[in-house]
Structures are given as structure tokens and as C-alpha cells.
Design a protein around this ligand. Structure first.
Ligand SMILES: [Zn+2]
Length: 119
């Protein structure tokens, strides 16, 4: 389950970014988990509360996720289709030759926090 290690890295990055910017409390982080990234969002949801235990700035943070679709361009007939839904096979011509157009990314997309009013 490599979800844990990438999640730890994302949380550490969020923590570091918060520290660098003087953010005391992160209210949410958004992860972009592509359909073809190989990571299962359900695991991130499961482990997030455990991982943030060691990160004071993230203890109240909510985990949000965006899951960009995994699109493939058929190299045989040029159809664009969803690789997950079609199990890697072009629905138009049945070819498996394709170029992946997106959905392979995993990244920390956004860190959300409340602006503390400056006194
Ligand atoms: Zn095709």
C-alpha cells in the first residue's frame, strides 16, 4: 500500500508550506489523484486522520480530493475514451494501442486555511 507514503509526503509538504507562510491551522488540503495514478482515493480517506496526528497544523484539516479522468487517445482510430471505464480497450475499434492523455498525476493541489485577521 504505497498510498501511505505518498500521503505522508503530501501532508509533510502541506505542513512545511504552512510553516513557511505562517499559517497556524490548515482547514483543508486538496489532493489531485488521477484515475490512472494507481492510487485509490479510499485509502487516502482512511489513512488521512492517522497521518495528520503527527502534524499539529493539519489536525483539523479536511481532506478533499479531485480525481481527474484517465483519458486515452486511440492510436488506431483517434477516438478519445475513458481508459478505466473501457478497461484500456478502445470502444470504437477494439484496439489497445493508445496514448494516455491524463489522469496519471498525483499532487498536492491546494492548501486551504482561514485568514487570521491581523490585529
Ligand atoms: Zn480505436
Amino acid at each position: 500500500m504505497h498510498e501511505i507514503s505518498v500521503l505522508v509526503k503530501a501532508v509533510e509538504l502541506a505542513e512545511q508550506t504552512a510553516e513557511d507562510n505562517g499559517i497556524e491551522e490548515i482547514s483543508y488540503i486538496t489532493l489531485e489523484v488521477g484515475e490512472l495514478s494507481g492510487y485509490l482515493p479510499v485509502f487516502f480517506e482512511k489513512y488521512f486522520p492517522i497521518v495528520v496526528e503527527h502534524h499539529p497544523r493539519l489536525q483539523k484539516a479536511e481532506l478533499r480530493m479531485i480525481t481527474p479522468r484517465g483519458e486515452g487517445l486511440c492510436l488506431n482510430c483517434s477516438a478519445i475514451y475513458n481508459v478505466m471505464e473501457c478497461q484500456g480497450v478502445c470502444p470504437k475499434c477494439g484496439s489497445r494501442s493508445k496514448k494516455i492523455l491524463g489522469g496519471q498525476q498525483f499532487l498536492l493541489k491546494e492548501i486551504g486555511y482561514e485568514e487570521t485577521p491581523s490585529a
